[in-house]
Write a protein that binds this ligand. Structure first.
Ligand code: HEC
Length: 247
């Protein structure tokens, strides 16, 4: 269940009030003139995209609110992008609300200092904005999951997760001969992932790992098509899956 975006408007107005009292900057469009939007986008994709949809960053996480939707109304209501910047920064510092054992729990301080401000500036700049990022911002993050097909070698099929934290393995296409197979998925990123396989009566999952851990499953496969995917909530729906053809 996705939490309602109502809270955003509430927070936004609160931040606006504080600013208005001090600086009369309510509704300002300035997201910070020294913001590094490229660094902000890269960190957003790596640290936030696994839980949030943001169209311009091409992220598809669904554990948290869709950030285009969350801010569309406020932007239409005339709340400036400068104010959104403040709201996002606050959220990074004080996510709160969910208990830590909740699956979609947003930890505090995923990014800190100047980078937190850069991430907030990027989100504030592109939320609910039609079109695509252009120029250097457009090429700031490599596309995930488009890698060449991977074939099993000596009974091992290696399907690493995207090292940048995107919801993808390095490829969506894999092949293996029938028989015993060890499937491994190294995950360099800080976003938790595992590897699971299903199809033709097989349904196995590996351990959830992060920060360089390796998820593994041992199976014996007959000829046919199987799906490999990540079981972490929202990751398969976000695109973290592919097809293994055994022949
Ligand atoms: C593990 C999942 C997860 C990650 C990672 C995550 N979030 Fe969230 N986020 C959530 C959830 C769940 C909520 C709603 C509950 C809450 O506020 O804690 C949320 C709420 C938000 C909101 C408020 C939106 C609204 O409608 O009120 C913003 C803004 C936000 N996150 C930005 C970020 C940014 C920026 C990052 C990266 C630095 C990030 N999130 C990383 C899960 C996540």
């Amino acid at each position: 269940m996705t939490p309602t975006p109502l809270r955003t408007r509430f927070l936004g107005l609160a931040a606006c009030g504080v600013l208005a009292a001090g600086l009369s900057a309510c509704g300002a469009d300035d997201v910070g003139s020294n913001a590094d939007l490229i660094a902000g986008k890269q960190a957003f994709v790596e640290k936030c995209g696994s839980c949030h949809v943001l169209a311009r960053a091409d992220t598809k996480g669904i554990a948290g609110p869709d950030l285009d939707e969350a801010f569309r109304q406020s932007i239409n209501d005339g709340l400036g992008r400068g104010t959104i910047h403040g709201v996002v920064r606050e959220q990074i510092l004080y996510p709160a609300i969910l208990p830590p054992d909740h699956p979609g729990y947003m930890p505090a301080d995923l990014v800190t200092g100047k980078l937190a401000s850069d991430v907030a500036a990027y989100v504030a700049t592109v939320a609910a904005l039609p079109g695509e990022d252009a120029g250097k911002l457009g090429s700031a993050v490599a596309a995930a999951g488009d890698g060449e097909p991977v074939a099993a070698e000596d009974g091992v099929l290696a399907l690493p997760a995207d090292p940048g934290g995107q919801l993808a393995y390095i490829t969506k296409v894999a092949t293996a001969p029938p028989g015993p197979l060890e499937i491994t998925s190294e995950n360099e990123s800080s976003v938790p992932h595992d590897i699971a396989i299903e199809g033709n009566g097989v349904d196995e999952r590996g351990e959830v790992v992060q920060d360089g851990g390796v998820s593994r499953v041992d199976v014996t496969l007959a000829a046919g098509e199987y799906a490999f995917y990540c079981t972490v909530a929202g990751h398969r729906e976000g695109g973290m899956e592919g097809t293994l053809t055994v022949e």
